[in-house]
Design a protein around this ligand. Sequence first.
Ligand code: MTE
Ligand code: MO
Length: 230
Amino acid sequence: MAPSLPPGQKRRENMPRFGMTQYANRFPHSPDKVSLSIKGDVAQSVSVDKQLLTLPRVSQVSDFHCVTSWSVQGLSWSGFRFADVYEQLIRPMANPSDDAKFVVLVAQDGYRSSLLLDDLLNADVLLADRLNGRPLSIAHGAPLRLVAPRHYGYKSIKHLQSLGFYRDSFEFKPWYLRWMVHPRGRVAREERGRGLPGWFLRFLYRPMIGSAEKLSRDRLAAYERRSNRA
Ligand SMILES: Nc1nc2c(c(=O)[nH]1)N[C@H]1C(S)=C(S)[C@@H](COP(=O)(O)O)O[C@H]1N2
Ligand SMILES: [Mo]
């Protein structure tokens, strides 16, 4: 029997391309090139690229939970542990301030998410470049994405391009309305949004899944047709 799901989640078999509808038609500018800029309250702003390959590669099977209430179980990711990236590259190269515990992640498509450094340092948080045995597709976040299985999917930013380390959360401007973004977003506690109960948001979001999924799929298909012709 498959393991049970967190509160309010429903299982689906396949991983769709999914996201906020305003990002459905936005795509990474450099899907083939990993380059992370490290900034914020750091001694030095730096860029991390090839250094990633010096870290141990890790594989992990984990579940993925979208805030709108769908979950996919047993995804096989491969990449680098965030904790290794932080300890072995970010600290020596950029030296973030000890009290810079609030991390803002920005993507090549303009999407943003935030997580507490303590949550990012969980052993199951990865910067992944492979999914189910293949290089990450554009649909799922090429060239590099975050995988934070204990947090809602909206924290697991695709097409990652920068990490900012800050003392305060005021640096973070959410991608949409503030109530949609919980500062931690832990799945086990149903922290779907800010100020509104998880069960309420679950019922609010659920009817939107089908149309959001279709929009994401159609825009990706149109993008692929355009790039094949070019
Ligand atoms: N760059 C970027 N990252 C993103 C999103 C997005 O639109 N753009 N959507 C988020 C949401 S809401 C979800 S559920 C997951 C979906 O990941 P998938 O498309 O690989 O299923 O990506 C998250 N990360
Ligand atoms: Mo999501």
